[in-house]
Design a protein around this ligand. Sequence first.
Ligand code: ZN
Length: 90
Amino acid sequence: MAVINILEKIVWDNLGDVIKRKAGACDCDICRADMAAYALNHLKPRYVATSKGETFSKAAYLDNQLYMTVIVALTEAVEVVSAKPRHEGK
Ligand SMILES: [Zn+2]
């Protein structure tokens, strides 16, 4: 058994799409990690005990309200990080 925050999976699964929708958003590893961290810090974690992560992640996707909440947080994260990216000087 493992305890996982299912929001983490939803964030990583959708981050790429949200970045693509935002003109000029960077998708380097540093910015992606900053965006994911920002979004997760603004979301209430939803931990589940699981032996099969797949089952729970599918259940999470069926929860449309939760999914939309994550997308809103991700959109804000992409905007905030894109306005002040940390990747300079890499
Ligand atoms: Zn970047």
